[in-house]
Design a protein around this ligand. Structure first.
Ligand SMILES: [Mg+2]
Length: 394
C-alpha cells in the first residue's frame, strides 16, 4: 500500500450558533497591555443566529482507495502539511505510522515543537484513521483497547459568563446533566489588579458552592498569569480544593511551575502547549506537574500521545488530553488504563461548532462519551452540510 494523494480541503456551510449567551473569554498573556485587555464581558445576547461556518480537513489517500481524514485543522497547520510534509508522504506506506512519525519528527531543524509539530500531528492522526479503515477496526482496538465501554468526559465551560451568580447557575445545570467534573476559566490576570483577582476568586467560590464539596472542579488561566500572581491565586484557591489549576504560566517555565505547585495544596496541570515526550519528560522529572494535557492534534499525533501516556504512567501522573478535537483523544483514552487517562475533555460550547460538519456528532450522555464503533477515528464529513468545498493549494 502506498500514499498516492495528500489533500487539504476547506468546506463552508451554515451553523445556528450554540444557543448560549455570549459569555466571558479566558485570561491571556497579552492582557497585561490595556489595549488587548478589553472587558470581554459578553453581550448577554443568545448566539443562535444562522451564521457562516468553515472548516479545513486533511485527507490522505492510499493507492487502493482507502482514505484517512482528520480535522478541523487550522490554516497554519494546513500550510505546514502542504509545504513540508505532502511531498515526503507521497509514495510511502501509510500503515507504517511509527516509521513515518519518527521520520517527520527528524525532518526539520525547527520541527521538534511549535507550528511544525502542529502540522505533523494531524498527519499522524489521519494515518491512524486510514489504518483503522484498512483493518476495519476503530483505532482504540488497534492500540489494545477498549479498557472501558465509554470514557468519562469533564465539562469544559469555556465561553460562559464568569459572573459568579451566572457561573453558579450554569455549573449546577451541567452537574444536573450528569457531568461528574467541570473546568472553569478565569477571566482576570495581572493586568486586572486586585479587583480582578477578587473577581476570579468570587467566581471559583460561587461555582464550588453550587456544585458542593467533593465534586471535581478545575480552573484554567491559559498561560495568562505571572508566577507571582499564580502563587497568590493558588493560595487563595486552596480552601475550595480544586482538582487542578491549569496553565498558570507557560509550560516551558518548569521551575516556576514547580514553585507554584509547592506554594499551595493545589495540583498543577499543563500540556496542551507541550510538544512530544521530550518536553513532557522535563515537566515530570522537574516535579512541576500533577496532570498532563498533551493534545493529540498538536503534541505529535496519536503515536506521540500513546508514548506520553506510557511515560507519564511511570510517574503516576494522569494524562487528560486537551480537547481540541474529541475523537483522537477519545481513542487514546479508550486504549489506556483508566488510572492513566481518567477523563477526556469536552468543550461544551466549542465542540458543537468543531463537529458541525461531521456525522455522527459525538456528545457525552450522562457525562460519558460512548466509544465510536466505526473503523478508524469514526469521523465522517457530512456532505449534506457543505455548501461549498475548495482544495487548498496556498
Ligand atoms: Mg487549557
Amino acid at each position: 500500500m502506498k500514499i498516492d494523494d495528500v489533500s487539504l480541503f476547506r468546506v463552508e456551510g451554515q451553523w445556528r450558533g450554540s444557543g448560549h449567551p455570549h459569555g466571558s473569554r479566558q485570561s491571556q498573556a497579552l492582557d497585561v497591555y490595556p489595549e488587548f485587555n478589553d472587558t470581554g464581558g459578553g453581550s448577554g445576547r443568545v448566539s443562535d443566529e444562522l451564521r457562516a461556518i468553515s472548516a479545513i480537513y486533511l485527507e490522505i489517500r492510499a493507492d487502493d482507495g482507502t482514505t484517512g481524514v482528520f480535522g478541523p485543522i487550522q490554516r497554519s497547520q494546513a500550510f505546514v502539511i502542504h509545504e513540508h510534509l505532502r511531498r515526503f508522504l507521497l509514495g510511502r506506506d501509510p500503515l507504517a505510522t511509527e516509521a513515518l512519525q519518527d521520520q517527520m519528527l527528524r525532518m526539520n531543524r525547527h520541527g521538534r515543537s511549535g507550528l511544525f509539530m502542529t502540522g505533523v500531528s494531524p498527519v499522524d492522526c489521519a494515518l491512524w484513521d486510514l489504518k483503522g479503515k484498512a483493518l476495519g477496526l476503530p483505532i482504540f482496538r488497534i492500540l489494545g483497547g477498549p479498557t472501558r465501554d465509554a470514557a468519562p468526559a469533564y465539562a469544559s465551560m469555556l465561553g460562559f459568563s464568569t459572573e459568579p451568580a451566572a457561573a453558579a447557575t450554569r455549573a449546577l445545570e451541567y452537574k444536573g446533566m450528569g457531568f461528574t467534573a467541570q473546568k472553569w476559566f478565569f477571566r482576570n490576570g495581572p493586568g486586572d489588579g486586585y479587583e480582578g483577582q477578587r473577581k476570579n476568586l468570587a467566581m471559583a467560590e460561587a461555582v464550588r458552592e453550587a456544585v458542593g464539596d467533593g465534586y471535581p472542579l478545575m480552573f484554567d488561566a491559559f498561560m495568562g498569569w505571572t508566577a507571582q500572581y499564580a502563587t497568590e491565586m493558588v493560595r487563595l484557591l486552596e480552601p475550595i480544593r480544586p482538582t487542578w489549576m491549569e496553565e498558570p504560566v507557560p509550560p516551558e517555565r518548569v521551575g516556576e511551575l514547580r514553585r507554584i505547585r509547592q506554594a499551595a495544596r493545589v495540583p498543577i496541570a499543563t500540556g496542551e502547549h507541550v510538544y512530544t515526550r521530550w518536553q513532557t519528560k522535563e515537566l515530570l522529572v522537574g516535579e512541576a506537574v500533577d496532570f498532563l494535557q498533551n493534545d493529540p492534534d498538536w503534541t505529535g499525533g496519536i503515536t506521540e500521545l500513546v508514548k506520553v501516556c506510557a511515560l507519564a504512567s511511570a510517574f503516576d501522573v494522569p494524562v487528560v488530553a486537551h480537547g481540541h478535537s474529541l475523537l483522537a483523544a477519545l481513542h487514546v483514552a479508550a486504549s489506556q488504563s483508566p488510572v492513566t487517562v481518567p477523563y477526556v475533555e469536552y468543550l461544551v460550547q466549542g465542540q458543537e461548532s468543531k463537529q458541525h460538519f461531521h456525522k455522527p456528532i459525538y456528545r457525552p450522555s450522562d457525562g460519558m462519551v460512548a466509544l465510536p464503533d466505526l473503523p478508524g477515528l469514526g469521523l465522517v464529513v457530512d456532505d449534506d452540510k457543505i455548501d461549498r468545498r475548495e482544495e487548498l493549494s496556498f
